[in-house]
Design a binder for this molecule. Structure first.
Ligand SMILES: *Cc1c(COP(=O)(O)O)cnc(C)c1O
Length: 437
């Protein structure tokens, strides 16, 4: 099947071979996307083949990304693929969370069940495969944490050296711990994400290191399978809304592309509306959407949020994301630190749990429902992007009433669950338990 890299800007005719080492169009500077000729694919045969692979024990069939490889045929040879059994994440009903959002029903696609515990694994297996196909020896990324954890894991498994760049002091411990354990060369830079990305783009070019940030079009290819797997789990029943957090906006672009392509091949006949949720202190995409979508995005100079995975002021994929949100008839919302914290605790109380950025999905769904944008009886799927244990420090502070915004304002621990210290005295403990029955 033909595969090429195309400038996603509809007005630009540039096309490149699929093995070009490019992250943006040399002509107009926009991002590139992989494009294929899907005409030979027949929807019924395709979904039957995907079903058939569920019975297979072949590593590529067992992967929740590569099971759908027919829609990401960018590799000449699948021997380059490194799989850690990514994907295969559950779609969970959460009645408590639905009640909190005043929705009849919500399901969560929980990407925290991935091997490195975030959705970055879906993209990274594809990005690392392309790095190996290109004969690269070193890969690099700048990360608020999860990209580095994921890249470190896949690079280690695939025999590549991982170089990761992190904003000094602004990373959740679970994520840093992963990068160190997986053996990545880890450089903490005293600058914010956006500044470091500019730096690393220069270095990658000078030193011939393959860049695996979400500007890399192959990561987007892997991540689009999140939408495909979710719809497969729903028997191809398209929800009304798909709600997800937005930072660099690569994931919105990826899910939008996956849905668009499923429609193109005829597996689904309509698109869900995409609702992107940003943290109020790092919400350039929300402001763009509010001010009418004709202009360019105004970057946020000093993005601030405790949801470090979405602490991004200059989202690189904003144009792609805008196109996907608009063509789906979707919206962009922003939520406060308090709204994120409480939504997160509600997801925890559902027995599910997630990291702070993920909870923006529920906080956003609640807000959109209260504003009447999402109908109470709508069929809603939220994406939980990362695992609860990614950021244990946040969790502990919230539950012990010690959580503050980056600006120093104390948040209310609405659903705080403080551990209780008791003497070694069965009588006292029994008495206490009676008061809590
Ligand atoms: C990366 C990440 C996001 C943001 O995704 P973008 O593609 O940058 O918009 C949200 N949540 C978690 C947990 C992440 O790791």
């Amino acid at each position: 099947m033909s595969a090429e890299l195309v400038c996603f800007n509809p007005g630009c005719p540039e096309r490149f071979p699929i093995d070009a080492v490019l992250y943006e169009c040399p002509r107009c500077g926009r991002l590139l996307e992989a494009r294929y000729d899907f005409a030979p694919l027949k929807p019924a045969a395709l979904t039957a083949m995907w079903d058939g692979r569920l019975l297979s024990r072949e590593p590529l069939d067992v992967s929740g990304v590569w099971r759908f490889r027919d829609l990401l045929p960018f590799l000449g040879d699948t021997k380059h693929i490194v799989t850690l059994q990514e994907g295969n994440t559950p779609l969970l009903d959460a009645p408590g969370a639905a009640a909190y959002a005043r929705l009849d029903h919500i399901q969560f696609k929980h990407q925290g069940y991935n091997p490195s515990a975030s959705f970055k694994d879906n993209g990274m297996t594809a990005g690392i495969a392309q790095a190996r196909a290109l004969g690269m020896k070193r890969v690099a990324c700048v990360s608020t944490g999860n990209t580095s954890a994921s890249m470190a894991a896949y690079a280690a498994a695939g025999g590549l050296q991982a170089v990761i760049f992190l904003p000094y002091g602004k990373i959740a411990y679970g994520k840093l711990a992963q990068a160190l354990e997986y053996g990545a060369l880890t450089i903490q830079v005293e600058a914010n994400f956006d500044q470091i990305l500019a730096l690393v783009r220069r270095l990658a070019e000078e030193l011939g290191i393959y860049l695996l940030n979400s500007i890399n079009p192959f990561r987007i290819e892997g991540q689009k399978t999140i939408a495909i797997e979710m719809l497969d789990q729903r028997g191809w029943q398209v929800p009304d809304w798909l709600v997800l957090p937005g930072g660099n906006l690569g994931n919105v672009s990826a899910l939008g592309k996956g849905l668009r392509e499923l429609k193109e091949v005829g597996v689904i006949d309509r698109l869900p509306k995409l609702a992107v949720v940003q943290a109020a202190g790092a919400a350039p995409f929300f402001h763009l959407f509010q001010s009418g979508t004709g202009g360019a995005i105004q970057n946020v100079e000093n993005p601030e949020t405790l949801a470090t995975a979405i602490r991004i002021g200059a989202p690189v994929s904003w144009e792609k994301a805008l196109r996907e949100v608009q063509s789906s008839g979707g919206v962009v919302e922003s939520v406060t630190e308090q709204e994120i914290a409480d939504a997160k605790a509600i997801i925890g109380r559902s027995g599910i749990g997630c990291e702070p950025a993920s909870a923006a999905s529920l906080a956003g769904a609640r807000k959109l429902c209260s504003r009447g944008v999402i109908a109470e009886d709508a069929d809603v799927v939220g994406v939980l992007t990362g695992h609860l244990l990614k950021d244990p420090d946040y969790v502990y502070r919230y539950h012990t009433g010690r959580i503050e915004t980056p600006g120093g304002d104390r948040l209310t621990s609405t659903l705080g669950n403080q551990p209780v210290v008791m003497p070694n005295d069965p009588g006292k403990i029994a008495e206490f338990l009676l008061t809590r029955a």
